[in-house]
Write a protein that binds this ligand. Structure first.
Ligand code: SF4
Length: 619
C-alpha cells in the first residue's frame, strides 16, 4: 500500500445493515489524493444528480487524507462530504480534534455511508472491527451527553463524532460535533441533518495501529527543522486564538456588525476579542491531534445568568456571527450561545446569521412578538439570542423551525423585503469576513463550490499578512484592487483543495509553511515524486470536479453572485466605508483565467488538461 494510507475504506449501507471494505487504487489516489478530493470523486460517481439530500441514496462520506495520523504537523483533520440539504449542491465540511487520526489508526481511510436505518443506530469501530449498535436510547441527547454515553458503552478512550437534536430533526443548519466538550465541528452545509436523515446518531472510533510512511526519518527531520519557526510565527494564534485579530478586523471593516449593515464597532470588538477572553474566561488552549499551534479556546466560568459553562470556547467566526452581527458584546453570553449551538449540534455561523436575519425582520415588522414565540428580537438582546438558539436547536414549531431551514428559505417564507437582508450565497450564510473589506473574498464567496465560504480560498489572508511566493505572490496583495484577483483566487482555491485533500489545517500557513513544503511532506509520506506543478494541477482538478458536480445540479454564472447588501450597499463608516467588490469584472476575468466560458463551464481543453473527460460527459 502507498505510504500514508490505511488502505481500506468502509462502505456501510444502513438500510441493508451491510458493511463492506473497499480499496482505492493508487492511480485514483494520486489523481484525487484523499479527504475532500477523493470524497468528491466518490460522491460524483455514486450519486444521481437529482438525488434529494435526505434521500437514503445520498451518501454521507467521512474521509481522512494521506498525512492524517503521521508526523506532519496540524494533520488531525477530517472531511465530511455529501449533497447539502442547505444549498442542494455539493456540500463539504471539515473538523479537527482527534476523530480523523483515530479512524486512520483503526485501519480505515474513510467511511462511505448510504441508506437509512429503520431506527436510530450508531457505528462502533474498534481496530478494524465494525458493528452497528442500537441508538434508540441516545436519540434526543445533546452532543456532549452523547459523547459520554457512547464512550461509556464502547471505550473511554474512543473518539466520538455525533449529532445533536438539531441534526436528528433535520435542521438544515445542523452540524456534526466530535471530541465531546472540546466541541470540534464539521459545521457548514447542514451535514448533521444528512446524518440525522440516515438515523445515524454517532460514530465511535478506537484505533491503536500505526500509519506507515515511505521515509519516516526524512519526514521527522523536516518537521523538526520547521517546527520551531511554525510555533514562533503562529504565537499570536496560540496566545489569543482566531479572535486575537478581532480589533484589527474591526479596524479594517472586515467584521459583520448588525447583519452586515454597520462598518464600525470598536468597543464591541474589544469586548469580544481573544485578548479580553485571555484575561477573563479562558481556562486553556486546545490542540487538535498533531497540532503544534493550539489555536483552540477552552473556557470555564460560573454565572448567575448563564449557569456553568465549560469546554470549547468561541472562535472568531462564532464571536462575530453570534456577537457583533447580532450587536451582542457580552463575551460570556456568546460563550453560552456557542455552548448551546455545540450541544444542539448547530453551525454557529449559520445560526448567528439566522438570528441576525430574524432581528432585522422583527425590526421591519415582518415577524411579530407572537410569531417569535414571545421573544422580543431586539438587536443586542442576549435573552433573544439565547432564546432563539434554544428554539432553533429544539426545532420548535414556528420561527425556531423556520430559522433552522437557513436564511434563504426563511426569507422566501417570510417574504416582503426580507430577501434584502438574507445574507447568503447559494443558500450558505456568509462567514464573518466582509467582501467589502477584501475584494478577493467577494470573488471567492461567489464562486466557492459550497456557497459563501472564506475557507475555500482563505484569500483574504494574502491581502492582509501572508505571502505565496511559490505561486507568484511574493508580496501581500492590495485588498481594494482588481489587480490579479482572478489569479489569486484561482490559485488559492486550488491550493485549499489540496489542504482539504491532504487534510492539513490551513492555519499552518500562519506558521510560515508554504505549498512547496506540503509537496515535500506528501512525497515523503507516499514515496511519490510530485512536483509543485502536479500538486497545483491536482488541486485544480479537484476544484473543477466539484464545479462539475454543481453544473450537473444546474449551477452556472447566474448563481455566482453576492447578496445585494454586500454588492451595492456602502457601509459609509469604518475601514471599508466606501468600497464595494467589483464582482462582474472580477468574475469575467476569473472565468477566463480558469479556462471556463462566460457561463462558468470549463472548456473542452481545460477538461482534457485536467483528465476529467469521463466526469464531464454530461456537459
Ligand atoms: S491550528 Fe487550531 S484548528 Fe488548526 S489544527 Fe491547530 S488547534 Fe486545530
Amino acid at each position: 500500500m502507498t505510504g500514508g494510507y490505511a488502505g481500506k475504506i468502509l462502505k456501510i449501507d444502513l438500510s441493508k445493515k451491510k458493511i463492506h471494505q473497499w480499496r482505492a487504487d493508487e492511480a485514483l489516489l494520486r489523481k484525487f489524493i484523499g479527504g475532500s478530493g477523493l470524497a468528491a470523486k466518490i460522491l460524483f460517481d455514486e450519486t444521481a444528480h437529482s438525488v434529494d439530500p435526505f434521500d437514503p441514496e445520498n451518501l454521507l462520506i467521512f474521509m481522512t487524507g494521506p498525512v492524517t495520523a503521521t508526523r506532519v504537523p496540524l494533520s488531525g483533520r477530517y472531511q465530511v462530504v455529501s449533497k447539502s440539504p442547505l444549498t442542494e449542491i455539493y456540500g463539504e465540511s471539515d473538523s479537527g480534534g482527534s476523530w480523523g487520526p483515530e479512524l486512520k489508526k483503526a485501519g480505515f481511510d474513510g467511511i462511505i455511508i448510504s441508506g437509512r436505518a429503520s431506527k436510530p443506530v450508531y457505528i462502533w469501530i474498534s481496530d478494524r472491527d465494525v458493528e452497528l449498535r442500537d441508538a434508540d436510547h441516545l436519540w434526543g441527547m445533546d452532543t456532549y451527553e452523547t459523547d459520554q454515553a457512547v464512550k461509556d458503552e464502547t471505550d473511554e478512550n474512543a473518539v466520538v463524532s455525533c449529532i445533536g437534536p438539531a441534526g436528528e430533526r433535520l435542521a438544515r443548519i445542523a452540524c456534526i460535533i466530535n471530541d465531546g466538550k472540546h466541541g470540534r465541528a464539521a459545521a457548514r452545509c447542514g451535514l448533521g441533518a444528512v446524518m440525522g436523515s440516515k438515523r445515524l446518531k454517532a460514530i465511535s472510533v478506537r484505533g491503536t495501529g500505526r500509519i506507515e510512511v515511505a521515509d519516516p526519518e526524512a519526514l521527522e527531520d523536516s518537521v523538526k527543522e520547521l517546527a520551531p519557526s511554525i510555533i514562533e510565527n503562529a504565537r499570536n494564534m496560540h496566545d489569543y486564538g482566531t479572535s486575537g485579530g478581532m480589533t484589527t478586523m474591526e479596524y479594517l471593516g472586515d467584521i459583520p456588525i448588525r447583519n452586515w449593515l454597520l462598518g464600525s464597532w470598536e468597543e464591541g470588538a474589544e469586548k469580544l476579542s481573544g485578548q479580553t477572553m485571555a484575561k477573563t474566561i479562558l481556562s486553556g488552549r486546545y490542540y487538535c491531534s498533531g497540532c503544534i499551534i493550539g489555536c483552540g479556546r477552552e473556557v470555564s466560568f460560573e454565572d448567575e445568568k448563564y449557569g456553568r459553562v465549560e469546554g470549547a470556547g468561541p472562535e472568531y467566526e462564532t464571536l462575530a456571527m453570534l456577537g457583533t452581527n447580532c450587536l451582542v458584546d457580552d463575551l460570556k453570553a456568546v460563550a453560552k450561545a456557542n455552548e448551546l449551538c455545540n450541544r444542539y449540534g448547530l453551525d454557529t455561523i449559520s445560526t448567528g446569521a439566522a438570528v441576525a436575519f430574524a432581528m432585522e425582520a422583527y425590526e421591519h415588522g415582518l415577524i411579530s412578538y407572537e410569531e417569535a414565540g414571545e421573544i422580543r428580537l431586539t438587536w443586542g438582546k442576549v435573552d433573544a439570542l439565547l432564546g432563539m438558539i434554544e428554539k432553533i436547536g429544539k426545532r420548535e414549531d414556528g420561527l425556531g423551525w423556520l430559522l433552522g431551514e437557513g436564511v434563504k428559505r426563511a426569507s422566501e417564507k417570510i417574504g416582503g423585503v426580507s430577501a434584502e437582508f438574507a445574507i447568503h450565497v447559494k443558500g450558505l450564510e456568509l462567514p464573518a469576513h466582509d467582501p467589502r473589506a477584501y475584494y478577493s473574498q467577494g470573488l471567492s464567496y461567489a464562486t466557492s463550490n459550497r456557497g459563501a465560504c472564506h475557507l475555500q480560498s482563505l484569500s483574504h489572508i494574502f491581502e492582509r499578512s501572508v505571502t505565496l511566493p511559490d505561486l507568484g505572490f511574493p508580496e501581500v496583495q492590495e485588498r481594494h484592487s482588481l489587480n490579479r484577483k482572478d489569479e489569486l483566487v484561482t490559485k488559492a482555491q486550488n491550493l485549499m483543495c489540496m489542504f482539504d485533500s491532504l487534510k492539513v489545517c490551513k492555519f499552518i500557513m500562519f506558521g510560515g509553511v508554504k505549498p512547496s513544503t506540503l509537496v515535500e511532506w506528501l512525497n515523503l509520506v507516499t514515496d511519490w515524486n510530485m512536483n509543485l506543478e502536479e500538486f497545483m494541477r491536482t488541486g485544480e482538478r479537484i476544484y473543477n470536479l466539484k464545479r462539475l458536480y454543481n453544473l450537473r445540479e444546474g449551477i452556472s454564472r447566474k448563481d455566482d453572485v453576492l447578496p445585494p447588501r454586500i454588492l451595492i450597499h456602502k457601509k459609509g463608516e469604518g475601514g471599508s466605508a466606501e468600497s464595494l467588490p467589483p464582482l462582474g469584472e472580477m468574475l469575467s476575468r476569473y472565468y477566463h483565467y480558469r479556462g471556463w466560458n462566460e457561463l462558468g463551464m470549463p472548456s473542452e481543453e481545460k477538461i482534457k488538461e485536467l483528465e476529467l473527460e469521463e466526469e464531464a460527459k454530461f456537459l
